[in-house]
Design a binder for this molecule. Structure first.
Ligand code: NAD
Length: 307
């Protein structure tokens, strides 16, 4: 039969692409509850949904930071039934730690981590009772490996990973599957917002050397990474659908194979020296190492494209 999929953060980016892709499934396997915090931003999703709007896709209000809005949305569904949760809503943040207030860090955790905790608390009891369900969570490669100037964002994704890894064990006892989708860079609003905030950022809270590293090394470097290795939200959506329809969904799925060598460094050296040295060299001896890395990644990408 058809499965009801609730997706959060559908006004843009990956959430929008996942909702539209599921709703337009040729085999009509899904009923999509596409949710967003601000219904005023429904235009782009309506456009992407096309004919599926109000047939296999309905749009509902849901703010992942507000328990009442989550409950109201779930209560409005027949039997409160959600077969698949795609927990996608999330925000990014980059910059030197000294320039970020604890309040701003809390807000980020409130969305990226507590948003997930709120949704799972609301849906898990019903999934357990029905002995079925799938919790799909948009994590990141930064949920596996921390990256320079992404301290707080990465911490929030590590939180998400630890939460799901722990939960997956008891969930499985009730026949509920758990999957962490781990994209590398994806070209969405997310990227634009993060850079926009970075340009506006008051760097007077940190020393000159750190500010210089952020502005002159990190920012140009990471923009290059997005431009050369970034995936489209549609690519990530396509892989998310594969995960949802898999007979035996994996606990983790990395969407960008070019990032696998990076995440593998961690498992190759339990002391943590190997990834630390590699990232240090990539950042501070960046010109040569960066260009070499990028060159190799481009070759790999071309090979992957030809397959
Ligand atoms: P995006 O900014 O286009 O989408 C994020 C969505 O979440 C937006 O529609 C936003 O309105 C929504 N949102 C934020 N706070 C919310 C709240 N309180 N309640 C409901 N919705 C809320 O960015 P995206 O790239 O599509 O991000 C989607 C997910 O993918 C995020 O969890 C992000 O961390 C993750 N991710 C993104 C990238 C990337 O490079 N873009 C890489 C890895 C993982």
């Amino acid at each position: 039969g058809t499965r009801r999929v609730l997706v959060t953060g559908c006004s843009s980016g990956i959430g929008l692409a996942v909702a539209a892709r599921l709703a337009n499934d040729e085999l009509r396997r899904f009923k999509v509850v596409a949710t967003m915090r601000d219904l005023g931003k429904r235009g782009p999703l309506e456009k992407a949904a096309g004919d599926s709007l109000n047939k296999t896709l309905e749009i509902k209000q849901l703010d992942v930071c507000c328990e009442a809005s989550i409950r109201e949305c779930v209560n409005s569904l027949p039997d409160r039934r959600v077969d698949v949760l795609v927990n996608n809503a999330g925000v990014g943040m980059i910059g030197p730690l000294e320039c970020q207030s604890i309040d701003v860090m809390r807000e980020l955790f409130d969305t990226n981590f507590f948003g997930l905790a709120r949704l799972v608390k609301e849906l898990l009891p019903d999934m357990k009772r029905r002995q079925s369900g799938h919790i799909v969570v948009m994590s990141s490669v930064m949920g596996i490996q921390g990256i320079l100037f992404n301290d707080v964002y990465s911490a929030s994704k590590f939180a998400v990973e630890g939460f799901c890894e722990s939960l997956a064990v008891q969930a499985l006892k009730f026949n509920i599957k758990t999957t962490l989708v781990e994209p590398g860079p994806v070209v969405t609003e997310f990227e634009r917002k993060v850079y926009e905030d970075a340009e506006k950022m008051d760097l007077s809270g940190t020393d000159e050397e750190t500010a210089k590293i952020f502005r002159e090394v990190y920012l140009p470097y990471s923009k290059k990474i997005f431009a050369s290795l970034g995936q489209t939200p549609e690519e990530v959506a396509e892989q998310t659908v594969k995960v949802i329809t898999a007979e035996e969904p994996p606990l983790r799925h990395q969407t960008n194979r070019l990032y696998m060598p990076m995440t593998a460094l961690k498992h190759a050296d339990p002391t943590g020296r190997l990834p630390l040295d590699t990232f240090y060299k990539m950042t501070f001896k960046h010109d040569r190492v960066f260009n070499a890395t990028l060159g190799v990644m481009r070759i790999l990408q071309r090979m992957a494209g030809k397959k």
